[in-house]
Design a protein around this ligand. Structure first.
Ligand code: B16
Ligand code: MG
Length: 215
């Protein structure tokens, strides 16, 4: 059976914005007086902005209780991140993604974005593929972060497709857990050792055919 709709995570699936998140978090860590490595950054993938800040502070051994101060730090990071993503171009769409999205459309499969990021629209505008999606659910429309299934359930609702007829593409462990909780099929994009709970794992969208959706 083939799903009737596919829901795509954004960061790490459509574009590699993790590198910009890393640059901005590292800049904040350095300003606070500690190092933040790429390995530390792995823990932030798919995690919400405020939860990411908590992880960053724990890496630096800092305890900040004041919510206002935490908000200020997250805003500072986000302003730097927005500076970086505002320079993005269409060339940054990951290999094979655009062709695969068109293949789905040609086969009558609906497509949506299901991302935790509040910057989704800025990124989609920069890379110029906003109009291809039948629905876009991002961090501005949800209250619960992945691994909660809210983002994917809302996308299914906007597409008017039952959750069981949807397939999610995800690069983060938290996102795979969210898709499973939503009762959807899930295809991991990345390392099969890390994404071991996905139904299938691909390294990239290059040369992927419609049979990828046969479960
Ligand atoms: P923002 P996704 C997630 O996007 C990122 O993977 C995660 O690293 C980030 O902290 C989160 O969005 C929130 O992003 O600060 O831009 O609102 O992978 O769900 O597309
Ligand atoms: Mg992601």
């Amino acid at each position: 059976m083939r799903p009737k709709a596919c829901i795509f995570d954004l960061d790490g699936v459509i574009v590699d914005t993790a590198k910009y998140h890393y640059l901005a978090w590292k800049r904040l860590a350095n300003e606070l007086g500690f190092e933040f490595t790429e390995k530390d950054n792995e823990r932030l993938k798919g995690v919400s902005r405020m939860a990411s800040l908590e992880i960053l502070l724990s890496v630096g051994g800092l305890k900040i209780e004041d919510e206002k101060v935490k908000e200020e730090l997250a805003t500072k990071k986000n302003n730097w991140y927005v500076e970086y993503i505002s320079q993005m171009t269409k060339d940054e769409i990951l290999p094979g993604v655009e062709g695969f999205l068109r293949l789905l459309k040609d086969n009558g499969i609906k497509i949506a974005i299901g991302s935790a990021s509040k910057n989704t629209m800025t990124i989609l505008d920069r890379i110029g593929i906003k109009d291809i999606f039948d629905a876009i659910v991002d961090g501005t429309k949800i209250t619960k972060a992945k691994p909660d299934p809210e983002v994917f359930l809302k996308a299914a609702e906007e597409l008017k497709v039952m959750p069981g007829d949807c397939c999610v593409f995800e690069d983060a462990v938290a996102g795979i857990e969210a898709a499973k909780k939503a009762g959807m099929k899930v295809i991991g994009v990345g390392d099969p050792k890390i994404l071991k709970d996905a139904d299938k794992v691909i390294q990239s969208f290059l040369n992927q055919g419609i049979e990828l959706l046969n479960f």
